[in-house]
Design a protein around this ligand. Structure first.
Ligand code: GCB
Length: 607
């Protein structure tokens, strides 16, 4: 390489590692894509030997990285060459899928794993642009294509994409991805959680082909203040996007409206219609919506509804609704491990419906897109949650930025889903000034980005005026949320179930109340006295007594007990009972219903 060339190469590496991914492309779910799922090669690299040299300097920031840098996919050219790795001789791993479930050596692994996929690529049109899309990768991801760094992504549950038009070739592309799932004190989530830290390329990887000037993003929802008005925006991406025509078509409503883009390739839409059929839990009407520009077109299925609160009520399409919910972790009820497929989503939501739910809390991080797409079709309301969990580094600016970025990517992905009614900022966070500033700022950011949904967070309850028999919510952040949600474990972490009969509630905020969690551990098939921990009878009794207690909260507008299915958690080590599982599920991990399932089902039948 000449000096000038190597300097350019060096600059490309540096800039691409500072600027991370490109603006997110909306509706990848319905676009023309090529899957990169399937077999990938992998190298386990606990010392990050393929990333740093022996002075602990990253290879991808060096002018002439050594051949030992894994992203180069080096091969010896003659027998004298020293290359101490070879992707092609490694074993296969399935993408999508967490690594912990695929190799016994990786069950508890937290560190770096390198992935490699080789592929050929033929575009449909020589002028097309190409993007590489990751639906999720936990936690820190460095992406390289054909020896060039595309960028870095932080956060384990949201999508990101990179433009690769100038890098992709017809033959022998090699895509190398470094994924590191080490937990970090300043991370989101942080060191301490009650769930398994599944690592890897946990969701689909796709190539997206687009026109040179294409519809990158759109937001099309009902105006929350005028239910005869569909509003939002469309954004084109390309070099020639000013003064272009963009059409919005909703054939069933005879809507076909044309707009002209501004200099940024942006239109604001404002469509009036008197006869919109609203999306609801009883009739989840979705319209085919087509967005068209001269060069591109994308089609989505969108529902139109309003959601708001008035005093202590939640109103869906102006009618009060009680949220009959259940909390869910993203674990596959079919194969175990991190869930990611349409079948996983179908199974989880079918069980929720059999329980009688019209609502699910997707805890404690963004779940895969199948969940909200299916919820849209089935008429299930959804709470989506940012992984701000327990005690994070509230004072750290990068931590805030990270939380905002993850939430932003979630909103970008799901802002057109009618089922999603609540953005949850956090779970069980301490009432300290730095946290109040952090969450208030995050809430303001969210409201500015999306004014068609409600804001909440799972808060904590406390004694009222020092009286342990009267419980309340005293938290300045409660003033900020639209829905006052809190977790409570009276009868499990706080006494026995009968304690529920002694507790009363004094909630002073004029807001709807949602109980985001309650529950008790029970091992499926273990029977005994109702005061014996871990028996199904204990859990059953706790549900009976808790539901009776909660009925006395005046403002209560819904519950999402903890949790649909037992889930993996390394915190839960009690032999023969937990064995690495949190046992608060209403069902065991293999889908067997515990007695409490039927208590809740009966309760929901009558609601
Ligand atoms: C909670 C947490 C949840 C835990 C649960 C438990 O309050 O929000 O993540 O798994 O309690 O089982 O203790």
């Amino acid at each position: 390489m000449t000096k000038a060339l190597s300097l350019i190469f060096f600059l490309v590496l540096i800039t691409s590692s500072i600027f991370s991914q490109d603006p997110l492309i909306a509706n990848v779910y319905n676009r023309n894509t090529t899957s990169l799922n399937g077999d990938w090669k992998y190298i386990i690299d606990p010392y990050e030997n393929g990333y740093y040299n022996y002075r602990y300097e990253p290879f991808d920031q060096q002018e002439s990285p050594w051949a030992s840098a894994f992203f180069l996919n080096s091969k010896p050219k003659n027998p004298a060459d020293l290359i101490e790795y070879d992707f092609d001789q490694m074993e296969d791993i399935q993408v999508p899928g967490d690594w912990n479930s695929q190799d016994p050596r990786l069950l508890y692994y937290e560190g770096t794993l390198w992935y490699k996929k080789s592929f050929n690529y033929t575009s449909n049109d020589a002028a097309s642009r190409a993007f590489l899309y990751f639906e999720a990768s936990n936690y820190k991801t460095e992406v390289y294509l054909n020896g060039r760094k595309l960028g870095t992504h932080i956060g384990g549950f949201t999508p990101f994409n990179f433009e690769i038009t100038d890098i992709i070739k017809e033959k022998d592309n090699f895509l190398i991805v470094k994924v590191d799932n080490k937990r970090l004190k300043e991370g989101i989530p942080t060191l301490n959680t009650d769930w398994w830290n599944y690592g890897g390329l946990t969701r689909d990887v796709k190539l997206i082909e687009t026109a040179p000037n294409f519809i990158q993003d759109y937001f099309i929802q009902l105006d929350q203040n005028d239910n005869k008005k569909i509003k939002g925006y469309v954004k084109l991406n390309g070099n020639d996007i000013a003064e272009k025509q963009v059409r919005i078509l909703i054939p069933e409503l005879d809507i076909n409206e044309a707009y002209k883009t501004d200099n940024e390739g942006h239109i604001t839409l404002d469509i009036h219609h008197d006869n919109i059929e609203y999306w609801s839990v009883d009739k989840p009407k979705l319209y085919d919506v087509s967005i068209q520009s001269s060069e591109s077109k994308t089609t989505d299925q969108i529902g139109f509804r309003t959601i708001r609160t008035e005093g202590t009520e939640i109103l869906l399409n102006d009618k009060p609704i009680y949220l009959k919910g259940i909390s869910i972790h993203e674990e596959s009820p079919i194969s175990g491990g991190r869930g990611h497929s349409q079948e996983d989503a179908e199974q989880l939501l079918t069980w929720a419906q059999e329980l009688g739910c019209n609502y699910v809390r997707l805890a404690h991080y963004p779940h895969n897109e199948h969940m909200v797409r299916l919820a849209d079709k089935k008429g299930i309301l959804v709470w989506e949650e940012n992984p701000v969990y327990w005690t994070i580094s509230w004072d750290n600016k990068d931590t805030y930025q990270n939380a905002e970025n993850q939430l932003s990517e979630l909103i970008e992905r799901d802002k057109n889903r009618a089922s999603v009614i609540i953005w949850s900022m956090a779970n069980e966070t301490p009432n300290v000034p730095a946290r109040n500033i952090f969450l208030t700022k995050l809430s303001e950011y969210t409201r500015a980005k999306d004014d068609t949904r409600l804001i909440s967070a799972a808060l904590e309850q406390k004694d009222y005026n020092g009286n342990p028999l009267v419980r309340t919510i005293e938290d300045p952040y409660a003033e900020v949320v639209d829905i006052l949600s809190f977790n409570q474990y009276i009868g499990w972490y706080d006494g026995l179930p009968e304690k529920c009969e002694t507790i009363s509630w004094k909630i002073e905020q004029d807001k709807p109340v949602l109980i985001s969690e309650f529950g008790a551990g029970a091992k499926h098939g273990l029977h005994g006295d109702k005061n014996a921990r871990w028996t199904e009878e204990y859990q059953e009794d706790l549900y009976i007594k808790t539901l009776a207690m909660l009925d006395n909260i005046e403002n209560i507008q819904g519950i999402s007990p903890w949790i649909l299915i037992d889930f993996r958690s390394p915190r839960r080590v009690l032999p023969k009972i937990q064995d690495g599982w949190n046992r608060k599920g209403l069902m065991s991990e293999d889908g067997n219903r515990k007695k409490a399932f039927y208590v809740l089902q009966k309760y929901y039948e009558k609601k």
